[in-house]
Design a protein around this ligand. Structure first.
Ligand code: ZN
Length: 320
């Protein structure tokens, strides 16, 4: 081969390599591009929620039993848990972390909720508050309903007692507490009770209202959400959903039902929190045997059923 042929061969290889790179970008978009993310749907607290998310190129399948382990189902008398919902793997908070968290002795929670509470406690030592109730089994919840019914029988007819107990206490399968991701807060000191919203009556409550989303917690039963929210608990009730979802709900001031509706409407959203990698969140209809199969930008993510006919997949936006 002459020197000239060598040069020609080198040039050809360089051209071919360039062509392949361009083709590669067309087939697999560069990971840092959030090409489909567009309109700002909500903004605040250093959080931006955008319509759209990355296109997918991994075919991903999740089974129904995987979806049932998620953090996002709506659970209420209108949307009871399915009969095959597994008991959550809840552990006694005091057994796991001792007195590090101000939990009552019998309070049990799923591991993710305990971990998130510990992260919160590390940053802001909770004062004048007790963590109560936590995970409740189907049988315990039925027992709660029975107690309310029996108390009402002292003053009401059987029919009235049945109706009122239905309104006041969820039966088994109808309470978020069965997820193992929820707990109630009781103020023990420093709270000015009886003056409006339960969470706004002390400094700890006000701090939680502004900051607990950073640890993945949302509040259920806030006065401002009652019009859109299904009744879940009469107490100051906190639920773990995971940081990206709690961040989006904080930015949009949406309750869980409104948030799931936004996801279903847009199909996918991107949640960006200042200083952190963004998250792509997709709402997907259930397909084969109530699982999901979809083309997604990552084979690794969190997944949850919404108990309303769909599922939510969440992954970190690669490189974004
Ligand atoms: Zn509760």
């Amino acid at each position: 081969m002459t020197f000239r042929d060598g040069c020609r061969l080198f040039l050809l290889c360089a051209l071919l390599t360039g062509f392949c790179l361009v083709l590669g970008r067309m087939v697999h978009p560069v990971e840092t591009e959030t090409t489909a993310a567009g309109m700002v749907i909500a903004e605040g607290n250093g959080i931006r929620v955008l319509s759209g998310a990355l296109d997918g190129y991994f075919d991903v399948t999740y089974t129904r039993s995987q979806l049932l382990k998620g953090t996002l189902p709506v659970v209420s008398p209108l949307h009871p848990l399915p009969a095959d919902f597994p008991s959550p793997n809840a552990r006694g908070v005091r057994k796991v972390v001792g007195a590090y968290l101000p939990a009552l002795e019998e309070t049990a929670l799923a591991r993710d909720a305990i971990q998130a509470l510990c992260d919160l406690q590390y940053d802001y030592a909770l004062q004048g508050v007790r963590i109560t109730r936590g995970a409740v089994s189907m049988a315990q919840q039925n027992e709660e309903r029975r107690k309310v019914f029996e108390n009402l029988l002292h003053t009401c007819s059987v029919e009235e007692a049945a109706e009122k107990s239905r309104q006041r206490e969820p039966a088994g399968g109808e309470s978020e507490h069965q997820l193992g991701l929820c707990f109630d807060l009781v103020w023990t000191e420093g709270a000015e009770l009886g003056k409006g919203d339960m969470i706004a009556c002390c400094d700890t409550g006000l701090w939680l209202k502004e900051n607990m989303w950073q640890y993945g917690f949302i509040r259920r039963g806030a006065p401002e959400h009652r019009a859109h929210e299904e009744n879940v608990c009469g107490n100051l009730h906190i639920r773990y959903v995971g940081v990206p979802h709690a961040a989006a709900m904080q930015a949009g001031n949406w309750c869980l039902e409104e948030y799931l509706n936004i996801l279903r409407t847009y199909g996918c959203i991107t949640v960006q929190v200042e200083g952190q990698r963004g998250n792509c969140i997709y709402w997907l209809p259930l397909t084969h045997e109530d699982g999901i199969t979809a083309r997604l930008p990552s084979p690794y993510g969190d997944v949850s059923f919404d108990n309303m006919g769909g599922a939510v997949f969440t992954c970190t936006a690669p490189g974004a």
